[in-house]
Design a protein around this ligand. Structure first.
Ligand SMILES: *Cc1c(COP(=O)(O)O)cnc(C)c1O
Length: 370
């Protein structure tokens, strides 16, 4: 039932928006889009029922969903999502980065959350269909993009507790400005010792809203302490580094090795993380995926064995971490130090590939416009 994939290809119907923004209004938004505030004129929806499987693929005007107050997602949180970007290259063409990896991760998340799996080609086609009508919403200024947010919700009208028999897949898109408009600046991170993001056998490696909901109290604590994000340790021993609320973490050692926590089922398998590992290995650097005790971070920075720390994810690509702070006056690193050299060079290489300024030697880029 829930493991059934869709049968490619679905046929997409199109209902054009009658209230699409005029060029001037769109350009005004694209001049200063921020993040996640503005949405394009259309969205994709695909229905799934236990009887019919995937059907009713539709590109339709962007607008509110009609949900019954008893829709299961509102009560039991059966929801998953993805995040990727559409990039405009210098010749005007529109591309995305490793969408099949997002499609496969959405399938893994679906399996964990007892949701149906959408096929990889249907997932990619949903993006191409949206770009076909809303491609003008992909901005062209440096480091800007159109953020794509596919998601899936249980929308059966039923308060019983079981995997829903009715599900919706949606795709919305939001223009995104340069994440670091004033130049890439190191951030401060809050170490939470009270809260955990994920536990053994839990949903840590699924990209689901519930993981974010449970991270928000710690995120509030981070803001109160002047930090941009939270670092979570493993829930069992509270001694090993896992990840931030929405980004993976890397360490650069003085001996040239790059270290990142290994995937244990409680860490989200970031596509940026995997791409950075590949790019680093291409450069001949040694990459270790292993357990990283928090003591190694503290002592390594103090002794100079760790020279750079950074976080990574689709939204910000690579964010240098300047300082880790926490309870009892914990302060690791210098908040005023500039971003690390390797951090910035990997960031440049990855964004150069994404924006078509470097050859795509791994076949990561997929063209979205016709
Ligand atoms: C999405 C996400 C990431 C980053 O994944 P990317 O594929 O690189 O964008 C890291 N951690 C969590 C918890 C996430 O949800």
């Amino acid at each position: 039932m829930s493991n059934e994939t869709s049968t490619f290809p679905l046929n997409f119907a199109l209902t054009p928006s009658t209230s699409a923004r005029a060029e001037a209004a769109r350009e005004e938004i694209l001049a200063d889009p921020g993040f996640g505030k503005h949405f394009t004129d259309h969205m994709v929806s695909i229905d799934w029922t236990i009887e019919e499987g995937w059907h009713g693929a539709h590109v339709q005007p962007y607008g509110p969903l009609t949900l019954d107050p008893a829709a299961s997602v509102l009560h039991y949180g059966q929801e998953i999502f993805e995040g990727l970007k559409a990039y405009r290259h210098a010749d005007g063409s529109i591309w995305t980065f490793r969408p099949e990896a997002n499609a496969l991760r959405l399938q893994r998340s679906a399996r964990r959350m007892a949701l149906p799996e959408l096929s990889v080609p249907d997932f990619i086609e949903s993006i191409k269909q949206l770009i076909a009508v809303d491609g003008k919403w992909v901005p062209s200024a440096p480091e800007t993009s159109l953020y794509l947010r596919p998601f899936m919700i249980a929308n059966e009208t039923f308060l019983g507790v079981r995997a829903a028999h009715k599900v919706g897949y949606y795709l919305i898109a939001s223009p995104a400005g340069a994440y670091f408009a004033q130049g890439v600046a190191p951030v401060k991170i809050w170490l939470t010792t009270e809260y955990s993001r994920a536990g053994k056998g839990g949903t840590g490696s699924a990209k689901c809203g519930g993981n974010y909901a449970s991270s928000l109290t710690a995120q509030v604590e981070a803001y109160e302490n002047g930090c941009a994000q939270v670092l979570f340790l493993d829930s069992e021993t509270h001694t090993n580094v896992e990840e931030l609320g929405g980004m993976n973490v890397f360490f650069v050692r003085k001996d040239g090795k790059i270290v990142t926590p290994k995937l244990t089922g409680t860490i989200l398998e970031g596509i940026t993380r995997e791409s950075i590992i590949t790019l680093a290995k291409d450069r001949g650097l040694e990459v270790e995926e292993r357990t990283v005790p928090i003591s190694e971070w503290k002592e390594g920075v103090a002794s100079g064995q760790i020279t750079e720390v950074f976080a990574c994810g689709t939204a910000a690509v690579i964010t240098p971490i300047g300082q880790l702070i926490g309870a009892n006056g914990l302060a690791v690193g210098n908040p005023d130090a500039p971003a690390g050299e390797l951090t910035m060079s990997l960031r440049k290489e990855l964004t150069d590939i994404q924006y078509g300024r470097l050859p795509d030697r791994h076949g990561w880029m997929v063209k979205l416009d016709a």
